[in-house]
Design a protein around this ligand. Structure first.
Ligand code: LLP
Length: 463
């Protein structure tokens, strides 16, 4: 369809409907390095390339939709976190953001540890050769089987999330004749959001043991008495997609306050603290994330300062970035199917995936950007909403964005910054098949998670 076939679509800033968008970029062909994986560019013909391969080649070989993962970028970001925190701290990649065996191997090679939060993630980590002592096991309701598997495997730490779990893990470890290293996850009364934090007197969420009312202190008291547990530290995770360090500052202050109380009451200085993950990335050009070295410096300074004030030796710090490592390293490649201009509103561009490969827009009202990647175009910008193929009007991938007005069925578009919480939260809604994850590096592509097939679906449906 040529642009003239849908002339009614609003294109100019003075006729734009309400929405969450900035004015169209001066050049829609430009690819903002803030949101695209690092090896992304355009070749002489204007086709987008990543890892030295064109998206047209990738679409031809692997089909669409597909998550395209830039291995060099992933490794670079992982290494940057590792280097920024140095030898006196640990970086645990949060596997929930995206986990596959290839990723586990890259993390292992780059010297990172791994945070898992289910038996499935643990199995993936172990099967790809991550040494158990470099794995942290999380979750607010680990099953007895999961606990036993983790203890037997010898995971480096289990993060205890409730009073019941303190007893359960101690019991399993004792019955296996082991002493399990554990951290206790507390809720410090800080709820962090992008650019702000709200200090709440009472935590109203399912994770952790509240500091408020002395519950966290009581948890430590009980755990220290159990032979099956070696309490190595306190864990705090304050939220997601955070840009503002002030929430971490309050969290560190309160965690160190608890360490001090523990020292005063039990004469024990716990050697570790974990400040969780949650560091933000750029989903659109409006976001300005911090670099790992700035984050490491800020967190280390906060903890050191708080510990000096409390006359405690500075504990070993660990962090758990997921999104900040994998998020920017992948984009989702789609083919445009239909284009529907709605008078005075916007143009709906339907792609061959949708909420089954990216639930974040529907679930969190998340913002994404989109670009035409199979060619360049100098047509006028057209305000679009990129939607999927699901039977639901909330099936939106990109709420508001600009694409060239000559966009046509068969064009390839890509949504950047989909490395985190897209494949890992993908579903089979409408029996749509989950896309593959294709990694690219130095001119070579390989499937790291293959596309689901109808046989896969039917195998589970035992009739
Ligand atoms: N550590 C703990 C204990 C966590 O609960 C999480 C995320 C992380 C680390 C990693 O956070 P990250 O650095 O990736 O933000 N599905 C949501 C995000 C849920 C995060 C849950 N916990 C999303 O798509 O935004």
């Amino acid at each position: 369809m040529s642009r003239s076939a849908h002339p009614a679509g609003p294109r100019h800033a003075d006729v734009l409907p309400e929405g969450h968008y900035s004015a169209p970029a001066d050049d829609l062909n430009a690819l903002d390095p803030k949101v695209w994986a690092r090896t992304v560019g355009r070749d002489a013909d204007g086709v987008v390339t990543v890892g030295g391969i064109t998206v047209t080649q990738l679409a031809e070989e692997y089909g669409t939709p597909a998550y395209i993962l830039d291995e060099a970028d992933f490794r670079e970001r992982a290494r940057a976190w590792r280097t920024a925190f140095g030898a006196d701290a640990d970086v645990f990649y949060a596997g929930k953001a995206f986990l596959s065996r290839a990723v586990v191997r890259w993390l292992h090679e780059e010297g990172l540890n791994l945070d898992v939060c289910s038996g499935g993630e643990l199995a993936t980590a172990l099967s790809a050769g991550m040494p158990a002592e470099r794995i942290a096991f999380h979750g607010n309701n680990k099953s007895p089987e999961e606990i036993e598997r983790a203890v037997r495997a010898g995971v480096g730490r289990i993060v205890l999330d409730s009073f019941q779990e303190i007893v359960r893990v101690a019991h399993v470890a004792e019955s296996l004749g082991q002493r399990q290293r554990v951290q206790i996850r507390i809720t410090v009364g800080v709820e962090a959001h992008t650019h702000e934090f709200i200090a709440t007197a009472h935590e109203d969420q399912k994770f952790g043991i509240p500091l408020a009312g002395g519950q966290a202190a009581e948890a430590v008291r009980r755990a220290l008495k159990l032979d099956g547990l070696e309490v190595i530290g306190i864990h705090s995770h304050i939220g997601s997609q955070i840009f503002d360090m002030s929430g971490f500052e309050v969290a560190a202050h309160r965690v160190v306050g608890l360490l001090k109380d523990i020292r005063d009451e039990h004469g024990v200085e716990l050697p570790e603290i974990d400040l969780g993950g949650g560091l933000g990335i750029a989903y659109t050009s409006d976001d300005d994330p911090r670099e790992p070295h700035e984050i490491a410096k800020a967190l280390t300074e906060i903890v050191t300062r708080e510990c000096e004030a409390a006359r405690l030796a500075t504990p070993r710090i660990s962090v758990e970035p997921g999104r900040a490592i994998v998020g920017p390293t992948a984009f989702t490649l789609y083919e445009v199917g239909t284009i529907k201009p709605l008078d005075g509103l916007r143009t709906y561009v339907s792609v061959d995936g949708g909420m089954s490969d990216n639930i974040r827009t529907a679930l969190y009202d998340a913002e994404y950007s989109v670009a035409l990647v199979s060619r360049t175009s100098n047509a006028e910008p057209m305000l679009v909403r990129v939607v999927g193929k699901h039977c639901e009007s909330g099936d939106i991938v990109v709420k508001d964005a600009f694409l060239p007005g000559d966009l046509a069925p068969g064009d390839l578009v890509a949504v950047p910054a989909t490395g985190a919480y897209c494949r890992s939260m993908a579903s089979n809604y409408n029996h749509v098949l989950r896309p593959p994850v294709v990694s690219v590096r130095d001119g070579a592509a390989r499937v790291v998670v293959r596309r689901e097939t109808e046989e896969d679906l039917l195998r589970l449906d035992v009739g």
